[in-house]
Design a protein around this ligand. Structure first.
Ligand SMILES: [Zn+2]
Length: 431
């Protein structure tokens, strides 16, 4: 028998098996039970959170021949089995990304109008934000006057790209990433249920690793577990992010550069490596603020706590800023490794330990260093403003950091627009 991925093997078959989405399950299962299922639902959420799985369970529940009083499908009747095997006429799945034209939609809608007596039809339109506007309009018409036997389930990872006219005709549910603890529990259950051969003394390490790899997505987490199983239960633990974070805390420039070199030798991409370090800093910052992210694995949580205890929040904010800017620059950079290295060297200066404190991290000294760097940058910016010319290359932090006394803005680096790589012809007007 061909190997079936753990994700497929342990895909939820009933409402009760859907993990971490109690609000969606309660609403849909309740509607099935009460006979009040709507004509259109919009399920949105990151990949691997169960949008299509939820649509399948709904289709099964609506057509199950022995549906329980609780609204659950039996999973053994002909209708349930046909839907599970993907050969039912009651569930139509269409990927809007590859069928996004108006002709595709018209063809689908012709079928929608043909009902089978006594059957509920579920039309699952995945990645619905990819539809062309012609296809959207065609869909809108049927959402306005839906045939009684039809339920639309629209799924998307990008709800903001779904036009309001469509969204407003749907009951909208957000599916969420699973928290670290819930995911770890699920992974342990899958390992036991599937009888995976993982030595007891390595179990914690494996669970932690796959939870971190999966980032809250059940599908990605179980794919990571598949890879561990394929490697004979051995975790190829990539500690390059830890190494870099430790080097930053210690102000160890050589260690940081060696860490980058080692990670790249392992085949890491400088951009994703930088993004991982940034995520580590952000986790530490949020932990320091008393709001640790829920999706962290045990290892990532411990790391964030250690980092939050060793470095002042102000320094963390600054570090997130510097690295965030570098990541923006790296998108355009011919050799992103250089941008990463420069940013890390700068951060080593920012987070330098006070030698007088016996190698420990002195927050007073760190804050002083931050002030010095910011003052220097302010002077540089002022200098650049007073003598505009072709010398200003990309990556200058001039405008944002001009005022040395201003606290750094909250860091949301991924939303910051990419700065132009060309040197401006004239200095910008003062704010
Ligand atoms: Zn059934």
């Amino acid at each position: 028998m061909a190997y079936q991925s753990l994700y497929r093997r342990f895909r939820p078959r009933r409402f009760a098996e859907i993990k971490g989405q109690p609000h969606v399950v309660a609403a849909l299962q309740g509607a099935v039970r009460e006979g009040t299922v709507g004509h259109a639902y919009l399920l949105h959420g990151p990949r691997g959170t169960g949008k299509t799985t939820t649509a399948r369970v709904l289709a099964k529940a609506l057509n199950c021949e022995n549906r329980g009083d609780d609204g659950e499908p039996c999973c053994v009747c002909e209708s349930c089995v046909a839907i599970e095997e993907g050969r039912s006429f009651d569930l139509h799945e269409l990927d809007a990304a590859s069928n996004n034209r108006v002709e595709n939609m018209r063809e689908l809608l012709q079928r929608v109008n043909l009902g089978t007596p006594g059957r509920a039809k579920v039309y699952l339109l995945d990645e619905v934000h990819m539809l062309t506007s012609g296809a959207e309009n065609a869909l809108l018409k049927t959402l306005e006057e839906p045939p009684a036997h039809v339920t639309w389930v629209l799924a998307t990872t990008e709800p903001h790209k779904v036009v309001e006219t469509i969204r407003s005709r749907c009951q909208v549910f957000e599916l969420r990433l699973l928290g670290g603890d819930a995911m770890a529990e699920h992974v342990r259950w899958v390992i036991a249920e599937a009888g995976l051969d993982i030595p007891a003394d390595r179990l914690d390490e494996v669970v932690d690793h796959v939870v971190a790899e999966g980032g809250g997505s059940v599908r990605d987490t179980l794919s990571a577990l598949d890879r561990v199983v394929a490697a004979g239960g051995v975790v190829d633990l990539d500690t390059s992010t830890d190494t870099l974070l430790e080097a930053l805390v210690a102000g160890d420039v050589a260690g940081a550069l060696a860490g980058v070199a080692a990670a790249l030798d392992r085949g890491r991409d400088p951009r994703t490596l930088g993004a991982d370090v940034l995520a580590g800093l952000r986790d530490a910052f949020l932990t320091a603020m008393g709001a640790p992210p829920a999706r962290l694995s045990e290892r990532a949580r411990r790391r964030a706590e250690t980092l939050a205890g060793a470095v002042a929040p102000r320094v963390l904010t600054r570090a997130v800023e510097v690295l965030g800017s570098a990541l923006v620059d790296m998108r355009q950079a011919p050799d992103p490794r250089i941008d990463l290295e420069v940013a890390l060297v700068r951060l080593c200066g920012v987070a330098d330990a006070d030698p007088g404190a016996g190698g420990g991290v002195d927050e007073g000294a760190l804050a002083a260093l931050v002030r010095r760097v910011e003052t220097l940058e302010g002077r540089l910016a002022a200098l650049a403003e007073s003598s505009p010319g072709p010398g200003r290359a990309r990556g200058g932090e001039s405008h944002r950091d001009r005022a040395p006394s201003a606290p750094p803005p909250p860091a949301v680096p991924s939303r910051r627009p990419a700065r132009t790589t060309a040197a401006p012809a004239a200095p910008p007007a003062p704010p």
